[in-house]
Ligand binder design. Structure first.
Ligand code: GTP
Ligand code: MG
Length: 229
């Protein structure tokens, strides 16, 4: 518990996260939670992050999401970054979720040590926010959620087709999306999931995520399991 907030803010220090594998390499393990509305592109973003196709993606059938329960996939990126002169691996544990917010208990079971980065996924071409989203995030993580969150706007290909530059898009979008974009400390990243191999598409996202976590000294937010959503 963070004594200043009382909201289960987990004070992991870097050395508890960096551990040595059998080959004497340092490894940084980050838990990443994907959240978003139905068909926002969460599973596609998950695939970009892990550089694979293992999360099942596709159109909704009869209004039912492709993803109906939380699923965790883990991927190691050897020698991904350097810290204090030493090469470190980056291990991502990515949790895909059903639409909007998953039950806190399901997330807690998959990562009891907490979530380092929340990736909030929205469609750039459908920028109407669920009005309770921020409220739910606060219920799930407490007021620190925005320090650990980055916003990914998928379907950026539609902006390209409309010849709309991302920076211009952000000035013209809805007030609620603009406010959210300003609130999340990780900022906004546009993603076109229809192009490139997942591993290429995921590179800027992995970099951004690592920077955000480093800014938080790799502390993790614990899920507040006493609430139900
Ligand atoms: N054109 C385009 N299609 C995308 C993009 N991202 C996702 N899609 C497509 O949108 C559909 C839904 O993507 P998913 O990644 O399954 O979305 P999801 O949020 O996990 O969906 P559910 O689990 O069903 O709620 C799939 O057919 C994807 O191929 C994108 O950036 N551009
Ligand atoms: Mg899905």
């Amino acid at each position: 518990m963070d004594p200043s907030t009382g909201h289960g803010y987990h004070g992991n220090n870097l050395f508890s996260i960096l551990s040595r594998s059998s080959s004497e390499r340092k490894v940084l393990t980050l838990n990443v939670l994907l959240l978003g509305d139905r068909q926002s592109g969460r599973s596609s973003v998950g695939n970009a992050l892990i550089g694979g196709q293992e999360f099942q993606t596709g159109a909704c059938i009869s209004g039912v999401s492709m993803t109906t329960e939380c699923r965790l996939l883990r991927r190691n990126f050897p020698g991904y970054f350097r810290r204090q002169g030493a090469e470190s691996d980056l291990t991502l544990r990515v949790i895909d979720t059903p639409p909007l917010l998953p039950q806190p208990q399901s997330v807690h079971e998959l990562c009891p040590e907490g979530v380092h980065v929340v990736v909030l996924v929205l469609r750039a071409d459908l920028p109407h926010l669920n009005t309770h989203l921020e409220e739910h995030l606060e219920t799930l993580f407490g007021p620190e959620w925005c320090r650990h969150t980055l916003l990914v706007l998928t379907h950026a290909d539609h902006l390209k087709e409309a010849e709309l530059q991302p920076a211009v898009y952000l000035t013209q979008t809805t007030d609620s999306l603009r406010a959210l974009a300003e609130e999340v400390v990780g900022g906004v990243l546009f993603l076109d999931n229809s192009c490139d191999w997942p591993s290429i598409r995921g590179q800027p996202l992995r970099d951004r995520l690592l920077r955000l976590s480093a800014r938080n000294h790799h502390t993790a937010l614990t899920v507040r399991t006493e609430v139900s959503i």
